[in-house]
Design a protein around this ligand. Structure first.
Ligand SMILES: Cc1cc2nc3c(=O)[nH]c(=O)nc-3n(C[C@H](O)[C@H](O)[C@H](O)COP(=O)(O)OP(=O)(O)OC[C@H]3O[C@@H](n4cnc5c(N)ncnc54)[C@H](O)[C@@H]3O)c2cc1C
Length: 474
């Protein structure tokens, strides 16, 4: 159903006619994100609006409420879970004009930004002032602060610093009612009572539109170095990570890839990957050169105690270049994402550490059952927030989305994988967002607490305007 014309006129008055579009070619840009869910249905919005200020956002939300038209917040659309998609069409609100860096404050180690700023823009602004903004997803050149805070995403530096949400000390949000609130400030402990900021973290735009964030930055580390080790299986690789932690060593990067993931990531590189490798772990450290040297020594000792074999510096550097994607390093990446006719998607789950191997074996068996014998799935495991012990395991699953039955099979496969994770005492992860991808399992896992969440939703968004149909909110 098209957006009623009085509402279109209202929106044009609020932001200016040049920032409202109903043209199909413009709307199609917002019809898909990077999820397979996005391919499986039509999510083209009826209208796109691009506000330039928080006052405009307040007025847009008020107008959408009056007409009860759904409003979907859109950062860069790099989500892999379908969470910015306009399930009930309506309006997409694109935040990218709200990309100002408002203040870098090295004295107080904070940076204040608008929510549409990209990670790369925030990092560059921080660096200019000699400080370090640590959240670095592989999508950092385009994904926005609003998207990162809303999705609980991961960062290559997460093992030491945590993720985007760990950096938040203050936030401005426009609720579904149109009311603007600010929580927190510039102090690292700005909230004396219940930390209400957490309500909006990982909420995927369902409770409010984040318009501004005060984030932590850190002194720029003097040096950065890394090492990688090959292991015979997942369990020994995880034991090595535990040893590193036990030794009081705090690397900033801990990524564990199986051979297939490594091959995918180093596809463009000529560097040979050792044949016998089953699991490999990349450890990255930063800080004072003496400290970094010592940490790498402790990591090497811990890995060798688990019979890890040190990989060549060439492999380590090539791997690092492929995950450390930002403006300066982009050309060095060996990861070619669009290299086949297949669309990559992810199963991301948290299972108890001792079950990582069993879960990975289950995935391999299921893959055979589904007849996906020629397709390589990669398993990768990440550490963080704040600790070198991994917590989340991902399987990248390439799907031939040109064949509708393959898409259906993907949904069936996903169901079995997530159900198994829960049976094992684990959880569906929201590292890449819940959105349309894993909402049913979240609801199942929350049990009675789901009612509390829906009560909160109806309090802050009584007309269910914000991201209607997402995350299991009907
Ligand atoms: C090649 C590639 C690599 C990736 N690598 C990583 C990675 O390493 N780590 C990682 O975590 N993720 C990764 N992702 C996934 C994705 O980039 C992240 O989830 C990212 O945080 C999404 O940000 P975005 O600005 O694109 O948000 P969008 O995709 O536009 O939106 C995501 C969700 O956030 C909501 N939202 C956006 N802005 C706001 C706002 N201002 N207020 C409230 N809600 C808002 C949307 O409504 C939606 O629910 C990758 C994706 C791709 C395509």
């Amino acid at each position: 159903m098209p957006v009623p014309s009085p509402l279109v006129d209202r929106l044009k008055n609020i932001v200016g006619p040049e920032y409202v579009t109903e043209e199909l070619c413009d709307r199609l840009v917002y019809s898909k994100d990077y999820s397979i869910e996005g391919i499986a249905d039509d999510y083209t919005p009826d209208l796109v609006v691009k506000p330039g200020s928080v006052e405009e956002i307040e007025q847009i939300v008020a107008a959408a409420n009056e007409f009860k038209v759904p409003l979907y917040t859109w950062g860069a659309g790099t989500s892999m879970s379908g969470n910015p998609l306009a399930v009930y069409h309506g309006i997409v609100l694109d935040t990218k004009r709200m990309n100002r860096i408002l203040e870098v404050d090295p004295a107080n180690l904070t940076i204040t930004v608008q929510a549409g700023a990209t990670m790369a823009e925030v990092q560059a602004a921080a660096k200019k002032h000699g400080v370090f903004f640590t959240h670095q997803p592989e999508s950092c050149l385009s994904s926005t602060i609003g998207g990162a805070l809303s999705c609980m995403g991961m960062s290559i530096f997460g093992a030491k610093y945590g993720y985007a949400y760990d950096q938040l000390v203050g936030v401005e949000v426009v609720l579904g009612t149109g009311k603007r609130i600010r929580i927190g400030g510039k102090s690292y402990l700005s909230v004396p009572s219940h930390n209400l900021m957490n309500l909006f973290l990982g909420a995927e735009g369902t409770l409010g539109i984040i318009t501004e964030a005060v984030l932590k930055v850190y002194p720029l580390p003097a040096t950065r170095d890394r090492v990688s080790y090959a292991f015979s299986d997942i369990t020994t690789a995880m034991e090595a990570c535990k040893r590193v932690h036990g030794a009081g060593c705090w690397p900033e990067t801990v990524y564990a890839f199986d051979r297939r993931s490594l091959v995918q990531y180093m596809e463009r590189s000529k560097t040979p990957i050792p044949e016998e490798l089953s699991m490999a772990v990349l450890f990255g450290c930063s800080g004072d050169p003496d400290l970094v040297e010592k940490m790498l020594e402790v990591i090497s000792r811990s890995c060798e105690q688990e019979n890890g074999v040190r990989m060549s510096d060439e492999v380590t550097e090539s791997w690092w270049d492929s995950v450390n994607i930002n403006r300066e390093t982009f050309d060095k990446s060996n990861f070619a994402l669009s290299h086949t006719d297949y669309e990559p998607d992810l199963i991301d789950a948290c299972v108890p550490l001792s079950k990582f191997q069993e879960y990975s074996d289950f995935c391999d068996e299921l893959k055979k059952e589904f007849g996906w014998v020629d397709i390589d799935f990669g398993a990768f495991i990440v550490a963080g927030p704040r600790g070198p012990i991994p917590f989340c395991i991902y399987f990248s699953v390439p799907i031939d989305t040109r064949i509708p039955r393959e898409i259906e099979k993907w949904f069936e496969f996903k169901e079995k994988m997530y159900s198994r994770a829960i049976e094992m005492g684990g959880s569906v992860s929201n590292a890449n967002g819940v959105g349309l991808r894993s909402a049913p399992w979240v609801r199942e896992q929350l049990g009675d607490a789901w009612e509390l969440l829906t009560d909160i939703k109806s309090l802050v968004d009584p007309n269910n305007i914000l991201n209607r149909g997402q995350r299991g909110f009907e």
